[in-house]
Ligand binder design. Structure first.
Ligand code: ADP
Ligand code: MG
Length: 254
């Protein structure tokens, strides 16, 4: 088969916090329409890697290219505007607001300047409101929460809250960065969530997800990127990765 144009490429990507090189010289490509898992022991630099891609941190070295465009110096809302949306390791949903309101906040963050604007709902026209509502309802439908739209988000179980977090990140066709989506979930909820991720990818999304438990991504990911002490130590299929001596060593030593 012909090689596809990568969705996302990072070249010699790095960031230092004082003396700590949290991400160091990482060169990697992520392909469209696939599930890429970023794994590695705690402190490997996985969340930092997402923070770099999504513009929360500015790299101290290297380049990030999304669909051929250099996005290295873009700010978070500009990255979101390009169609890259993320969730956080600790889900930030508004417990007291309805599921629909949460999804609408997510929609506004993507379509406007930023979170502050979304939260303040500064006097905008009805049309915007209706567009937000329609977008939010589509997102809720995609994550299987259409029937719970009017409930307070805080009333949902852990899995439901994760789904709200994903709905908040869903734009028309974004590429999702999910930071430890299964954190705090029981095995059954985890299986459900993995099913949701698979459905989203079948529907045309590309997903990159961070996970520190290697076993969780073995049956899910098409491609796995392994970080250790901020560096890429391996990338490949689950079968390839699980046999890689450097990966086995990193996990045994952690
Ligand atoms: P992971 O997600 O793989 O567990 P992180 O990316 O959160 O790891 O962290 C990698 C390293 O970078 C850790 O040593 C962490 O303490 C450090 N780090 C992350 N963010 C910051 C920051 N803003 N300031 C200083 N150190 C940081
Ligand atoms: Mg992390």
């Amino acid at each position: 088969p012909l090689p596809q144009t990568p969705l996302l490429q990072v070249q010699d990507l790095g960031i230092r916090f004082g003396g700590l090189h949290a991400v160091r010289d990482v060169t990697a490509s992520l392909q469209p329409g696939r599930i890429t898992a970023i794994i590695g022991p705690n402190g490997a630099g996985k969340s930092t890697f997402f923070n770099l891609i999504s513009g929360f941190y500015q790299p101290t070295s290297g380049r990030i290219t999304f669909r051929g465009e250099d996005i290295t110096r873009l700010r978070t809302h500009e990255v979101v505007g390009r169609g890259i949306a993320r969730t956080f390791q600790t889900t930030t949903i508004y417990q007291e607001l309805s599921v629909l309101d949460n999804a609408m906040i997510g929609h506004r963050v993507r379509t406007r300047a930023g979170l502050l604007d979304a939260l303040l709902r500064t006097g905008r026209e009805r049309r915007d409101e209706e567009e937000s509502r329609a977008g939010a309802l589509r997102a809720l439908d995609r994550v299987g929460l259409a029937g719970q739209a009017t409930l307070p988000a805080g009333a949902l179980n852990q899995e439901g809250k994760k789904r709200v977090g994903i709905a908040m990140a869903l734009a028309s066709d974004p590429h999702l960065l999910l930071d430890e989506p299964a954190a705090g979930m029981n095995p059954e909820e985890t299986v459900n969530l993995m099913g949701l991720i698979r459905d989203l990818v079948s529907g045309g999304l590309s997903v990159a997800l961070v996970e520190h438990k290697m076993s969780l991504v073995m049956g899910l990911a098409d491609d796995i990127l392994v970080l250790h002490h901020g560096q890429k130590i391996a990338q490949g299929t689950p079968a390839h990765i699980s046999r890689d001596p450097a990966v086995v060593e990193a996990y045994l030593g952690s």
